[in-house]
Design a protein around this ligand. Structure first.
Ligand SMILES: N[C@@H](CCC(=O)N[C@@H](CS)C(=O)NCC(=O)O)C(=O)O
Length: 123
């Protein structure tokens, strides 16, 4: 039964990925200098995620729209990224935005909060 539920969730996730690909919004445009500045800042950011999680797809869609090529880390079972997420953030829940700045780590959970934060900072 657990396997069936997992299979259905994965299948639904892939359907959502397909719909997302077909209906992708346009990328925000910046001057080459402004984009380079944003990308330098993004070296401090990474997104812990699962490929087929609907909340992660929603967050990746916002990253695409805001033109934020951020490092993505798959927190799948048994991975090093999953352990980092659990030890650093305190929970294995995705998406989670990790901000590494001035020797400090901030772990932000909740897709809506992450998207709001990125919009405020980069839109
Ligand atoms: N309200 C959260 C929901 C996030 C959520 O439920 N994520 C699921 C994956 S779709 C999760 O991390 N589950 C823990 C697990 O599968 O181990 C958000 O919007 O980010």
């Amino acid at each position: 039964m657990k396997f069936v539920i997992k299979f259905i969730r994965e299948a639904l996730g892939r359907i959502i990925i397909l719909i997302d690909l077909i209906t992708r919004p346009r990328k925000q445009k910046r001057s080459p200098e402004a984009q380079a500045k944003v990308e330098a800042e993004l070296n401090n950011y990474s997104l812990y995620q699962f490929y087929a999680c609907p909340f992660c797809i929603k967050t990746r869609r916002a990253l695409h729209r805001l033109n934020l090529p951020m490092q993505k880390r798959n927190a799948k079972e048994g991975s090093q990224h999953r352990a980092e997420l659990l030890n650093g953030g305190g929970a294995v829940k995705v998406p989670c935005l990790r901000i590494q700045k001035d020797g400090q780590d901030t772990w932000m959970y909740e897709s809506s909060e992450i998207i709001n934060y990125l919009e405020q900072k980069f839109a």
